[in-house]
Design a protein around this ligand. Structure first.
Ligand code: ADP
Length: 193
């Protein structure tokens, strides 16, 4: 769907852990004046601050397991209702399962604000392992990283087809320095809109 300059932009970023979603989401959000919404960040913040549910969340996060769909879907439903999201948004780390993708489409259909494009950061296994070995998050230990990649392949990768079928996919070669990836995203977005 064509978007006029200044129209709200609704984007999803897809890609395995370590593909650079967070970096690209932050930069694009700043350039477009829209919020970048990371479920991983929201969940880690809740894990720290919520004494009742924090422990339950930790069990998933530390093991690299996905948090149950109903929980993240509610987090997103709530977050998309915040005033800053009325000008558009970039979702980083959501959806991560087909059920989340469908829930997102239904909530946005009600608002008549569909996802314009899913940007898929495609990256080789070698580059992923190299990048993740330099991060120092609790869930970046090698065994957990391996598990997160397996979960990504089984649960999240099918979403690439979901968006491709709807002609809403922009695939970007993310096996390059961040600046080049960013330029490719901007060019790709301009070509689509
Ligand atoms: P990465 O993209 O590097 O895996 P994130 O910060 O996006 O890092 O996610 C970290 C963890 O947060 C995931 O391993 C998972 O446990 C949880 N998480 C984030 N987003 C979702 C989601 N949409 N559904 C379920 N769990 C999620």
């Amino acid at each position: 769907m064509p978007v006029k300059p200044g129209d709200p932009l609704h984007l999803v970023l897809l890609g395995p852990p370590g593909s650079g979603k967070g970096t690209q989401a932050t930069r694009l959000a700043l350039a477009r004046g829209i919020p970048s919404i990371s479920t991983g960040e929201i969940l880690r913040a809740q894990q720290e601050s919520d004494t009742v549910h924090g422990g339950e969340l930790s069990r998933y996060l530390v093991r690299g397991e996905l948090v149950p769909d109903r929980l993240v879907i509610e987090i997103i439903r709530h977050r998309l209702g915040d005033p800053d999201a009325s000008s558009g948004f970039i979702l980083d780390g959501f959806p991560r399962t087909s059920a989340q993708g469908e829930a997102l489409d239904s909530m946005l259909a009600l608002l008549q604000r569909p996802i314009d494009l899913a940007i898929y950061l495609a990256i080789s296994a070698a580059a992923l392992i190299e990048r993740l070995s330099h991060r120092h998050r609790e869930d970046d230990r090698p065994a957990v990283v391996q598990h997160r990649i397996e979960i990504y392949l089984a649960q999240t990768a099918p979403l690439i087809e979901y968006y491709r079928r709807g002609d809403r996919l922009l695939a970007i070669d993310a096996d390059r320095p961040a600046d080049q990836v960013y330029d490719a995203i901007v060019t790709g977005l301009a070509g689509r809109h």
